[in-house]
Design a protein around this ligand. Structure first.
Ligand SMILES: *[C@@H]1O[C@H](CO)[C@@H](O)[C@H](O)[C@H]1NC(C)=O
Length: 299
């Protein structure tokens, strides 16, 4: 019988990851006419003439495409954030970022002609979503009892559908020139409730061990996730798995064990973003393949 705390974790992660992804992906679909009109009106104020159809098209494509691009940057940042701040703080940080992201999108109407705010908001929001989705996966893998791990991961898909369903519902009500920002605003309340849900949940035992080496605390966290007492036998087993994986991680970093994957002497960040540093053939190959992958995903 899964514990209360694992249920709460599951719902909180669904809201902050899958639900938000569905929400951002389709929030501008229904009120697109009204938002395009707003961009057009802003353009008149900024440049003294109505926007041409080609330019409007281009701006609209950029508005759509900044979602997957910013998501990828969020995902790249997630590994760093997870190791530095822990799973819980990363989740709260990402969810907190949804609030300015959402607000900027909606407020841009009242700050006319600042249609650029639509972009700024959407980029912050998407970045946070990339961060949150990788963090959620790591947290689930580390904490969920094996029995329900698969179910927890698949619930993200359901949450995604719920997210886009929510925007459809809001779109029916608020797709007018006056009310289109209200497609965004309700998300602030959702994010706020979402943050509160994370507060009573324990940090991942894996991170507690890595960061503080506090066995008692890690056992308490595991017991809370698994819904059993701290002295339970299954906790011993989980602790062993946890310690083994940390041990493995240490070995790789201490002895620089050569991994059986593609060998290159640069870090992935250097390969991707600093081509002038990593100019050997393997790095070039990885870089081209990776960026091609990004492009395929975007377009
Ligand atoms: C922009 O608005 C003007 C009216 O203000 C309209 O004539 C024009 O067709 C609009 N442009 C686009 C691309 O919708």
């Amino acid at each position: 019988m899964p514990s209360l705390s694992i249920h709460l974790l599951s719902i909180a992660l669904c809201l902050s990851s899958g639900f938000q992804q569905g929400y951002i992906a389709s929030v501008i679909n229904q009120p697109y006419k009204q938002i395009q009109q707003y961009i057009n009106d802003s353009w008149v104020i900024q440049f003294g003439q109505p926007i041409g159809p080609a330019t409007l098209n281009l701006i609209w494509s950029f508005l759509n495409v900044c979602f997957p691009i910013a998501t990828i940057f969020g995902q790249l940042f997630a590994n760093i954030a997870c190791a530095k701040f822990g799973r819980k703080k990363t989740a709260i940080l990402a969810t907190a970022l949804y609030i300015p992201g959402t607000l900027l999108c909606g407020l841009s109407k009242y700050l006319m002609p600042a249609f650029e705010l639509l972009f700024v908001g959407r980029i912050i929001w998407s970045f946070a979503n990339g961060l949150s989705s990788v963090n959620a996966t790591i947290w689930i893998v580390e904490c969920a009892p094996a029995k329900i791990r698969g179910r927890m991961a698949s619930q993200q898909e359901v949450a995604m559908a719920l997210g886009s369903l929510t925007t459809q519902g809001l779109g029916v009500l608020f797709s007018t020139d006056e009310l289109w920002p209200f497609n965004f605003f309700p998300n602030c309340l959702i994010a706020l409730i979402n943050i509160l849900m994370f507060i009573p949940i324990y940090e991942s035992p894996q991170y507690i061990m890595e960061k503080y080496g506090d066995v008692d605390m890690a056992r308490k966290a595991l017991a809370s996730y698994h819904g059993c007492s701290v002295a339970d036998e299954s906790i011993d087993q989980e602790m062993r798995i946890c310690e083994e994986s940390i041990e493995k991680g240490k070995k790789t970093s201490d002895q620089k064990v050569e991994k059986p994957t593609i060998k290159t002497e640069y870090t992935s960040n250097e390969i991707m973003f600093m081509p002038w540093r990593s100019r050997d053939q393997t790095s070039q190959l990885i870089r081209h393949a990776a960026w091609l992958g990004v492009m395929v995903k975007v377009f």
